[in-house]
Design a binder for this molecule. Sequence first.
Ligand SMILES: [Zn+2]
Ligand SMILES: [Zn+2]
Length: 344
Amino acid sequence: MRNLLRPVPGHHRGNCGQSYVLTLGGDMIFWGTLRFDITDLEFADFRGVVGELASVLFRGDIFFANFEGVMTRAWNAYHDAASPFRFVSSLETAEFLARVFLRPVLSFANNHCFDAGETGILDTLRACGEHGIGIGCAGIGKSKDEALQPVMVELPSLTVGFVALTDLLPEYGYAAAMSVGALELTRENLKRSIRYARVRSEVVVVSLHTIGDIRAPFSFWPDRHQRSLARFAAECGADIVVGHHPHGLQYAERYQGAYIFYSLGALFYDPLLETSISPTHPFYAARRIFGGAIATVELCRSGVHALSLTPSRMFAWDNDARPMLVRGPLSSRLIARVLEGLLV
Ligand SMILES: [Zn+2]
Ligand SMILES: [Zn+2]
């Protein structure tokens, strides 16, 4: 069975109490046709955009994924000639995600959160927070102190804290004492942000947007850089570490009690993205996007008690792009291979 939750070994269910479902996704890139879909379509149509992932995505109590880019009206606020793409979405995107997901939390600590400069980040914080929309923004802030603060989601009998970090931005993209930006992925910041989350929540989720070599083609195996940082997050007290930026689903492992998804790959993206990068560009070898997976994690006060994985991929569809579940023996083998590292 595809999305059957598998109990994790060693979890004693006697004192679990109420449990909740946390749905985890990888990169969401509202570029190309998806950008227009979201800006122009009615809510009802977005369910069409989500397509057959709806049954998996909408069943969670909390949704957490990486928003690759920002939401702003200031499309031209900033231009970095070195970057081949700018992922700048409309302000309506926030409203849209808030209507579609129950309790959405987004990570913005990634290499595209400065695509519209400081304005882009400030507009994103405003769009997600205003009018009681209530999308949690993790990993960015008006200052470093703000970016270090976890997003807390308080459920009736469980509090979950989310922090997000990246080390793929140029220096000016990181939040500092007096400047807007993302939380830089350093060991010191990891330790501090996890500690802040730990004291106020039963479950701590850490988002890491990183890779050792940004030019490397996709590999199922996480590199040394990813492994050492994710394991360090586990040592600092993270319960779940969720990675992305590598453009596909990677191996996962249980380490010192924490569940590490090295990369959930990409959830929403326009498949034309990979064809629009020139062969002379340094990122050409890394251009291909192999989709990713949605992780469904059942949580209680004492942590993770069951989980499942649903691989998905975007397909071009007329002039549109739609996500589809990956089926067949290949998918089953992939799920088995990833879960074998976690269910130990
Ligand atoms: Zn439990
Ligand atoms: Zn990225």
